[in-house]
Write a protein that binds this ligand. Structure first.
Ligand code: SF4
Length: 461
């Protein structure tokens, strides 16, 4: 089979990164190998994200650049196929074809398992009419995973595994329910099988992915279903799987089973990303989050009772339509009380097609900027404080890759902090190993540490 070259540009979240890797697996049997850049590719795929403002405009300007490359290839007698996938493709569909004739195929997050057929149709249309208009944006999830081939390339010591897709929450600022469809959980057996393959291929850590990962309720062989807590208890039984993480969660789906799993399963890392968005009940209601700030506090208290060393991260939106100074102060009060090891914070920006985008009382940009600055000051202070509290502590670090300096390795602490360690001249290459590291210093975006008790750790594995 003639070798063909594939270039995938991935935007957005870890789920898009996982999807891009799976697209490459789907296309490998057709002879596609990865190309260094679009200029070397026979097929270019843009796997898009719709979360940020102007996300769609960025895709169209990228398509504009690639159109020139495409035309140049045609002038030299070659051909380059251009496909757009992911959430912008899902949201725009036919409109994308109309606006950008250089695109040969538009497909959604739930149809990439059909890429071989879709590319076949696009090529036939191009041969017959000189133009392809193939659009595949069906949102049914259930058959995709069953039709995906086994993973071709190992992901290394830290791997990502999608267990859940879609979202039924319909937060009024979010496009995900419209671009990723209804909540769908993969069967327990399929998740366990993929996890075993990942561990056999060298993964010591697996991060479970889902737009609403803790809404997971996978079919279990006995006709029942298993929640996320139960699933992680099963995963913990896989020899060699040292660490389990999961993202992204919704407070409403944190149940007792999940909290107990944090208490009982040592492989579950003591770091949880639990978005709250606002500390004001009035704004949480307007956002359709359907929980109160006090309920969030209760959940955090229960998690910290179950796992006292648990650290939290979160997401915040400031300047949601109608947000008053008092609402914002409620957010600041929650942040000061709960304390976060790290957090993401954004100014509200309207998303086409979401209920909030049409709301009257949009907050002035200057007010949004002032609130975001105040919030980020507090969050950065808390992150700095958390990192400083780790100095002098010994943390198990999963060493993943080489650092900036020779003989330096970089890895992740249980709290997702990047940690660099300098290796002695006759040290074995410990990439993929979890080692005890004494934290010596806080650097701008990472921690520096000293390797200790290496023998004991390595022996333990
Ligand atoms: S729960 Fe998350 S993914 Fe779902 S609608 Fe809300 S913000 Fe979007």
């Amino acid at each position: 089979m003639a070798k063909k070259r594939l270039y995938i540009k991935t935007y957005g979240c870890q789920m898009n990164v996982y999807d891009s890797a799976r697209m490459a697996d789907v296309l490998a049997p057709m002879g596609y190998e990865s190309a260094a850049g679009p200029e070397d590719a026979d097929l270019v795929i843009l796997n898009t994200c719709h979360i940020r403002e102007k996300a769609a405009e960025k895709v169209y300007s990228e398509v504009g650049r690639l159109r020139h490359l495409k035309d140049e290839k045609a002038r030299q007698g070659g051909r380059m196929l251009l496909a757009v996938g992911g959430c912008v493709a899902q949201a725009q569909g036919e409109e994308m074809m109309r606006r950008a004739p250089a695109i040969d195929l538009v497909f959604g997050p739930q149809t990439y398992h059909e890429l071989p057929d879709l590319l076949g149709r696009a090529t036939r249309d191009l041969m017959a009419t000189g133009r392809s208009r193939v659009v595949a944006i069906d949102l049914a999830t259930d058959e995709k995973f069953d039709r995906l081939p086994e993973e071709a390339a190992p992901q290394g010591a830290s791997a990502f595994l999608t267990i859940q897709e879609g979202c039924d929450k319909f937060c009024s600022f979010c496009v995900v329910p419209y671009t990723r469809g209804a909540e769908f959980s993969r069967p327990v057996a399929a998740v366990l099988a993929e996890a075993r393959r990942m561990v056999a291929a060298g993964a010591a850590e697996i991060t479970l992915l889902g737009q609403n990962v803790n809404a997971y309720h996978g079919a279990d062989g006995d006709g029942g279903t298993l929640g996320l807590g139960g699933l992680m208890r099963r995963l913990a039984g896989i020899g060699g799987l040292e660490r389990i993480r999961y993202t992204t969660s919704h407070p409403r789906d944190v149940d007792d089973d999940l909290i107990d799993a944090h208490r009982d399963v040592p492989q579950i890392m003591p770091f949880l990303h639990l978005p709250v968005q606002s500390g004001s009940d009035r704004i949480l209601k307007a956002m359709n989050r359907r929980h109160t700030a006090d309920r969030y506090r209760e959940i955090v208290a229960s998690l910290r009772t179950a796992r006292p060393d648990l650290a939290l991260s979160s997401d915040f939106i400031v300047g949601y339509p109608g947000e008053t100074d008092a609402d914002f102060e409620a957010t600041m009060a929650l942040v000061r009380e709960v304390r976060f090891a790290m957090a993401y914070s954004f100014k509200y920006s309207p998303r086409p097609g979401t209920p909030a985008a049409d709301l009257e009382d949009q907050v002035p940009e200057a007010v949004k900027s002032a609130r975001l600055a105040a919030l980020q000051d507090e969050l950065n202070r808390q992150q700095e404080e958390f990192n400083r509290s780790c100095v002098g502590r010994t943390l198990p670090v999963l060493l993943e890759r080489g650092g900036r300096h020779a003989r330096q390795l970089v890895g992740r602490s249980p709290y997702m902090q990047a940690v660099s360690v300098d290796m002695g001249s006759n040290e074995a290459d410990l990439r993929g190993s979890i080692c005890d590291v004494e934290i010596e210093a806080v650097l701008s975006n990472s921690l520096r540490g000293r390797l200790i008790g290496r023998e004991t750790m390595v022996a333990a594995q």
